[in-house]
Design a protein around this ligand. Structure first.
Ligand SMILES: Nc1ncnc2c1ncn2[C@@H]1O[C@H](COP(=O)(O)OP(=O)(O)OP(=O)(O)O)[C@@H](O)[C@H]1O
Length: 235
């Protein structure tokens, strides 16, 4: 792991109307690291990903990627720089084929060759390559979403609740895929409620409670932290 973080959030704050959703949130992520982002429903996990990926802009604070502030950039520029994400509810072009979906995403790649067939294989959609994306199952659409993110050649991949609804074999496949991406130097931030799954792939989790960082460290230690326990059982 390199000593300079790839991504750093500094005192990021985000409000929606009168609701403070992120409150002075600061953390760093290094290349090749898988960081779990956990917390109760509504604690700000998806908003964190939305702010990093430019879907929402932080009201205050800085998001620094490879030494440059990105908190005011639109999401397509952030994707082009090397940060991409999958969505909790997968978003694909339903009328296009699976392969075309990946090809469109690849136009955002700013470095290196994009191997469309290799990506389809990685996400287990080789035999579905020529069918309409809208006819895939929800789980397959999640994999396509991941494939589209991979087609941009990301240096950071933000994965939002990919595990829900997957069977143990599918979860095992995703765990191997995410681990292999990290081994190639990609940093991953994985939002997930499935703690066993996270335990398999992460060394470190960040626990949010009401938009604040409550804990940062190994998942096993998080469960012994009084603030974390209080946040999960409602204080
Ligand atoms: N665009 C928005 N407008 C208004 N409020 C929002 C918006 N997006 C999120 N929120 C609110 O911000 C809070 C944090 O939402 P967020 O989706 O980030 O939580 P989360 O930790 O990802 O939750 P979950 O585990 O349920 O997905 C919630 O109260 C949510 O209702």
């Amino acid at each position: 792991m390199s000593s300079e973080p790839l991504l750093r959030l500094e005192n990021v704050g985000k409000r929606f109307g009168g609701l403070t959703v992120l409150d002075q949130l600061s953390f760093s992520v290094h290349g090749g690291e898988i960081v779990g982002l956990v917390g109760p429903n509504g604690s700000g996990k998806t908003t964190t990903i939305n702010v990093i990926s430019g879907v929402h802009q932080a009201d205050v604070g800085r998001v620094i990627f490879e030494g440059h502030e990105i908190q005011r950039l639109p999401s397509f520029r952030i994707a082009h720089r090397g940060i991409n994400r999958s969505f909790q509810v997968p978003k694909c072009f339903r009328e296009m084929s699976v392969r075309e979906n990946v090809e469109v995403a690849a136009t955002f790649a700013n470095r290196g060759e994009v191997e469309i067939d290799g990506i389809l294989e990685q996400v287990g959609l080789t035999s579905q390559a020529d069918i309409q994306a809208g006819s895939l199952t929800v789980n397959q659409q999640k994999m396509l979403d991941l494939g589209r993110a991979l087609a941009t050649n990301p240096r950071i991949l933000l994965v939002d609740e990919i595990g829900a609804g997957l069977n143990p074999a599918e979860l095992g496949g995703i765990a191997s895929l995410l681990t292999s991406l990290a081994a190639r130097g990609i940093a991953l931030i994985v939002v997930e409620h499935l703690l066993d799954f996270l335990n398999r792939i992460t060394n470190r989790v960040i626990v949010l409670g009401a938009g604040r960082l409550l804990f940062e460290g190994p998942l096993k230690e998080a469960s012994q932290d009084p603030e974390v326990v209080a946040a999960f059982i409602g204080g």
